[in-house]
Design a protein around this ligand. Structure first.
Ligand SMILES: Cc1cc2nc3c(=O)[nH]c(=O)nc-3n(C[C@H](O)[C@H](O)[C@H](O)COP(=O)(O)O)c2cc1C
Length: 249
């Protein structure tokens, strides 16, 4: 298992082979063994294998082809609906229609997702997360018929890999880890920590292709730019509210 963690790479091309039910159930069961707040399990997993539904999801993920090519698409959702219903039939007043519990449920959903990914990779399946889930969450809610109290948090496509990309780079451990307390970065240290990344041919090509001056500008001006971030932030806040997580009373 440790070996699978260190060999992780996102897979974006899949063989058109369905997953055996037993294998899929193993992955889903592994997801449910993740820790959750108070063991409340405030999440649901929508398992999409139907080609028509996958085609409908495709547009919700900016047409990333792997959505229709991977045999399985898992949408991990923050879910207070099931727990609320249990409270309501048990003479208990649910208290979870607020932002704290949106975030709590989202954490539960993400931990379950990562457990599923690790289990899948251990069984030599490929996975790729789709962050697009929170960009067009309103559309996903429609396609998957998610009721009030349920918000899609992340999507994982899964299947037998049809490619073996190289491992991607990571910042050095000393960039990520702070001993005892957080120590803020000097400009010099930031330069040092990002130097290896900036010197990689792959990223030098990114800079050329995007016609910018620095690698950081690829992120700020092309891939994740402010106007998009503001637009999708507002859209997602509206979704959270519409799904009943912003009750301040
Ligand atoms: C929350 C999240 C959202 C992601 N969204 C996408 C996506 O929409 N499309 C995609 O191709 N990869 C997506 N990825 C995969 C990342 O690009 C990938 O993890 C990163 O480049 C590191 O590469 P590796 O996973 O191969 O190590 C996402 C990963 C995470 C964790």
């Amino acid at each position: 298992m440790i070996e699978s963690i260190f060999n992780h790479r996102s897979i974006r091309k899949y063989k058109s082979i369905a997953l055996e039910k037993e294998l899929l159930d193993f992955v889903l069961l592994a997801a449910t063994r993740a820790s959750t707040t108070g063991n409340m399990q405030l999440y649901s997993i929508v398992v999409t294998q139907d080609q028509d539904v996958k085609e409908q999801l495709l547009g919700c993920h900016f047409n990333q082809e792997m959505v229709k090519e991977a045999p399985v698409v898992l949408t991990f959702c923050a879910d207070i609906n099931r727990f609320n219903k249990w409270c309501e039939i048990s003479k208990a007043k649910p208290a979870y229609d607020n932002f704290l519990f949106f975030f709590t449920a989202a954490i539960d959903a993400l931990l379950a997702a990562q457990n599923a990914c690790i289990a899948a990779e251990e069984k030599e399946l490929g996975i790729c997360y789709l962050g697009t889930t929170i960009y067009l969450a309103d559309k996903i809610i429609e396609v998957l018929s998610l009721p009030k109290g349920v918000v899609p948090i992340t999507t994982v496509v899964m299947g037998y890999p049809d490619e073996k990309p190289g491992l991607t780079d990571r910042l050095p451990l000393k960039a990520i880890v702070h001993d005892d307390c957080y120590k803020d970065y000097s400009d010099q240290l930031i330069r040092e920590l990002f130097a290896e990344k900036e010197n990689m041919d792959l990223y030098k090509d990114f800079i050329k292709e995007n016609e910018v001056e620095t690698l950081a500008q690829v992120f700020t001006e092309k891939r994740y730019k402010k106007s998009d971030n503001l637009h999708f932030s507002n859209a997602f806040l509206q979704v959270i509210e519409k799904q009943g997580f912003m009750n301040n009373e």
